[in-house]
Design a binder for this molecule. Sequence first.
Ligand SMILES: NC(=O)c1ccc[n+]([C@@H]2O[C@H](COP(=O)([O-])OP(=O)(O)OC[C@H]3O[C@@H](n4cnc5c(N)ncnc54)[C@H](OP(=O)(O)O)[C@@H]3O)[C@@H](O)[C@H]2O)c1
Length: 314
Amino acid sequence: MTKIKIGIIGSGGMARHHLARFAPMETVEVVAIASRNEQTGHGLAAEHKVIFVPDWHSLVERENIDGVVICTHNDSHGEIVLAALQADKHVFVEYPLASDVAEGETALKLAEKRGRVLRVSHPEAVSNTHKALKEKISELGDLLLTSFVRLTPGRGSRPEILFNLPVSGTPAHFFIYHIYPIVDFFGGAASVKKSAVYEGLKENGQYDRFVNTLTVEFKRGGIGQWTWAGGIAINAAEEHERYVLTEGTISDAGGEWHCTTPAGVTPLIISDSPQPTLQELWLSEIRDAADQLPCLADAAVALEAIRISLASGE
Ligand SMILES: NC(=O)c1ccc[n+]([C@@H]2O[C@H](COP(=O)([O-])OP(=O)(O)OC[C@H]3O[C@@H](n4cnc5c(N)ncnc54)[C@H](OP(=O)(O)O)[C@@H]3O)[C@@H](O)[C@H]2O)c1
């Protein structure tokens, strides 16, 4: 079997993570790494015995590469996705798909026109919990309300990147992995209302603490609410998720999923069957794209998710 040749863009945490998964696969060959950070870029390339190129443009234009894996910060995803698709490369991009809705829309159109795979790194696509929730939601009637709350005490290991509006976008945007699964269940939003407060906000867009809320009305009916607060005075992170449907409510009380109906409370059964990894999924989609147009359902959900996260503004 001919190996699929790929290039990695970025040389930080996620580039290292994806490389560790691709490197042992016999069906793939990592050809080159591009990063603006020459030190970590050279280091990672040397570890994997591949070429280092400082400029990502020259990587996406290389003829001996079938696909690119984009692991840069949020502010450059859209531009690199478009350049890679224009160069006829298959794309695997870290979330979010883009930080501009028009770029995301163009990316989907380009992928469709050129028959390229466009996958955004949202792990729900291979998650047993997500599958179990989707199935249970389909049994419980119409959505009335879904609510998601996440409270985090710290500012993460790299607050200068994350708590930084021009680089990472609003909390709703960098927490898009809390929006994507809910859009996958209920589709896009007809309207979005947002509220955001930043403490210690500097002129360069960095800040110390935030509260960000979003309320959407889904096109198919029902309300969605997200609340994030970070850098706050709390001992440990808290997360709560609820799906209130006409025939029952699913919630994650105490880290375990339960379903409540008038008949009683039952645990949500989650299979432990092995699933492909996101990297394996992307490679199999590239192979399939030799004979058929790729399915862009995942990218379409990722696009609806950024429509919501970017409508949240600053
Ligand atoms: N799927 C997941 O579970 C997950 C988890 C965490 C993060 N993420 C996403 O993954 C992405 C990367 O996060 P990370 O934690 O790997 O960040 P990171 O450790 O800071 O690495 C980012 C890398 O990309 C380089 N870079 C940034 N902008 C660039 C540009 N415009 N052109 C060329 N190189 C560029 C950085 O160079 P410098 O060293 O010079 O900055 C660095 O090498 C983010 O979009 C984040 O949202 C996903």
